[in-house]
Design a protein around this ligand. Structure first.
Ligand SMILES: Nc1ncnc2c1ncn2[C@@H]1O[C@H](COP(=O)(O)OP(=O)(O)OP(=O)(O)O)[C@@H](O)[C@H]1O
Length: 236
């Protein structure tokens, strides 16, 4: 029996965008549980619903049918319970890097000076402390991605959801970011879910799932060479 704590539970959770002839079913009835200690990689072709699934798990999108619940929590999760490393640009343009990184803590009520100190520590973990005073527009895509990882770590969530967190990183930096995410998940006693196209990233995690046309399933062969083709991103 698995005694680890369930952090999020999806019961036949589906998400459809649009209506009628324009409806797109991004996620079909996903059923899963994610627990403390889970280290899950999700593979799937572009457009198969991986980001939508992470948004459902984070409470950022409502399922059209079915349900998503966070046992032990009232209502939606906060940034200090579920943290998301988004795939695209997610930093607030008017805030500098340290302010962006500290923001989830400040929103959760932490005084600004201690939030800034924690933000700087987390920026250092992803080798981005030297970027603290920069604005998002001054960052490369890879630097912004590392700051987005630091922002999630700063909030010390119990569940970390990372959407292609190495997609814009070179191999060595990508490997380092996965090291940091795994170490943070261990330290926090958290669950970690990473979407990726890269077998090397998936190989660092202990469970492999796949999304195909919006359908989620455990799939130990999701990243094997014979799996349906997925574009290869930058390599960690
Ligand atoms: N806000 C939206 N409005 C309408 N359709 C959407 C929206 N977001 C996603 N979709 C559609 O839902 C489907 C799943 O998209 P999603 O971004 O979840 O896929 P993905 O597997 O994460 O893709 P990628 O690997 O390219 O990031 C796609 O057909 C997409 O066009």
């Amino acid at each position: 029996m698995n005694t680890a704590e369930v952090l999020v539970r999806c019961e036949a959770a589906a998400r459809t965008y649009g209506t009628g002839a324009n409806a797109v079913v991004a996620v079909h009835g996903a059923t899963c549980e994610i627990r403390t200690g889970d280290r899950i990689a999700i593979a799937g072709p572009s457009g198969s619903g991986k980001s939508t699934l992470l948004h459902l798990l984070a409470g950022l999108e409502e399922p059209t049918t079915g349900q998503v619940t966070w046992p032990g929590q009232a209502g939606k999760p906060r940034p200090d319970t579920v943290g998301v490393v988004f795939q695209g640009p997610s930093l607030i343009p008017a805030l500098d890097v340290v302010e962006n990184t500290a923001l989830p803590l400040v929103l959760c009520g932490q005084p600004e000076p201690s939030a800034r100190r924690r933000a700087l520590d987390c920026l250092a973990l992803v080798a981005a402390a030297h970027l603290a005073d920069k604005l998002p527009e001054e960052l490369s895509g890879g630097q912004a991605q590392r700051v987005a990882v630091a922002r999630v770590l700063a909030a010390a969530p119990r569940l970390i959801l990372a959407d292609e967190p190495t997609g814009q990183l070179d191999r060595a930096t990508g490997r380092h970011v996965i090291d940091v995410l795994l170490a943070a998940a261990d330290t926090l006693g958290a669950g970690l879910v990473v979407t990726t196209h890269d077998p090397r990233v998936a190989g660092r995690l202990t469970q492999q799932w796949s999304m195909r046309d919006g359908r989620l399933q455990p799939d130990p062969d999701a990243f094997s060479p014979s799996a349906p083709a997925t574009p290869q991103g930058a390599e960690p």
